[in-house]
Ligand binder design. Structure first.
Ligand code: SAH
Length: 346
């Protein structure tokens, strides 16, 4: 691949229109090419059938269309599909198609590796290599949408940014990808069906509130006690719970939208009365719900899912305080496609 040529999808629609005008063509040509690139997800100039051969040749001389390839695909017995996605520079990320009765969800990656260091997550063992570009995130959704149509006869219904990486550490590109996913010039999906999950970067949560983003926010809380949270998510030292809470209050004030807390209960780590009490107090900050996630073991046995008694204890106490709580079963465990298991094992 000629690295000197620019990736045409790094251009905005305006820039593409300008390019054609500068080259003596009509601005409208930019719209046509833009539609091929995004709405139709074309990866070659040759197939742009309403563009003249001369223009296609000119485009080929000036640009490349960087794109992803599905490098490997594993199907779980529950229907979950894990994709190894090869990026244009050879790096690999993973994306997952998760079918349930009511919906089909794409779980996409936002970084190669991860900048964070959550001790229970397989991805954190890979160092962060780079951020994904907007088109690389968009392409994952397109690929999974195709699989959804192929295997489930309907389009993708939901998207979660819960694959590899910390989306708020790649905020600009994540936002650009969501703009394309929701735009009628892209996939035209509703932002209500998109959830961005973060370990909680307070400054960016506030920025999201200022930007009036329309997608859902999920925060991987796992503990509402600083000492405990720092021991399992060391980055909590830099962004402690007080700052996180403050940013969430700001979020709610500006957007009037609730937040979902993701929470795993581990044996001997956060299964005590005081852990539940702290969570209940944290939930008082803003309207929220709690998703209790099943723990997906990632090898050394250091972390173990708490007993069902401990989990029931959480549920009854939260409900007693009128906090909505859901228990989320894992999908795709047999192929290491569940939360926290994405680590390019292949
Ligand atoms: N960086 C983002 C998104 C990726 S992880 C974030 O932290 O939210 C998606 C979810 O899976 C997070 O809630 C994360 O805490 C959780 N998770 C990570 N490892 C896990 C594991 N081994 N078992 C269950 N959930 C895990």
């Amino acid at each position: 691949m000629n690295t000197k040529k620019k990736d045409i999808r790094s251009l905005t629609k305006e820039q593409l229109r300008d390019f054609f005008v500068k080259n003596g063509d009509k601005a409208f040509r930019g719209n046509q090419v833009y539609e091929w690139l995004w709405n139709k997800s074309l990866h070659t100039f040759e197939d742009m059938t309403n563009i003249s051969l001369e223009t296609r040749t000119m485009l080929k001389e000036n640009f490349v269309i960087n794109h992803i390839e599905v490098d490997s695909m594993q199907r779980s017995k529950d229907g979950t599909i894990k994709n190894g996605i090869r990026l244009h520079d050879g790096l690999i990320v993973e994306s997952v198609l998760i079918p349930t009765e009511k919906r089909t969800t794409a779980c996409v990656s936002s970084q190669v590796g991860c900048s964070l260091d959550c001790r229970f997550c397989a991805t954190s063992r890979l160092k962060r290599m780079r951020n994904l570009n907007p088109d690389e995130i968009y392409d994952q959704v397109v690929a999974i949408d195709k699989q959804s149509q192929l295997y489930h006869n309907h389009r993708l219904t939901n998207i979660v940014f819960m694959g590899m990486g910390e989306p708020l550490m790649n905020y600009n590109n994540v936002i650009k990808s969501i703009d394309k996913i929701t735009s009628s010039e892209g996939l035209g999906m509703s932002s209500k069906r998109i959830t961005v999950s973060t370990s909680g970067v307070p400054k960016i949560i506030k920025k999201m509130a200022d930007d009036q983003v329309k997608f859902n926010l999920a925060v991987s809380l796992h503990s509402a006690i600083d000492k405990v949270r720092t021991s399992i998510m060391p980055f909590n030292e830099t962004f402690p719970l007080h700052d996180l809470a403050e940013s969430l209050i700001y979020w709610y004030e500006k957007t009037q939208r609730h937040v979902t807390y993701e929470y795993v209960v581990w044996d001997g780590i956060n299964d005590k009365k005081e852990d539940i009490k702290a969570l209940i107090n944290f939930c008082k900050h803003i309207p929220c719900k709690v998703n209790l996630i099943e723990y997906n073991p990632i090898d050394d046995g250091e972390f173990q899912q708490a007993s069902s008694r401990a989990i029931d204890n959480y549920i009854s106490n939260l409900e007693m305080h009128d906090i909505v709580v859901n228990v989320r079963r894992s999908r795709g465990k047999d192929i290491d496609a569940a939360c926290g298991q994405l680590a390019n094992k292949s």
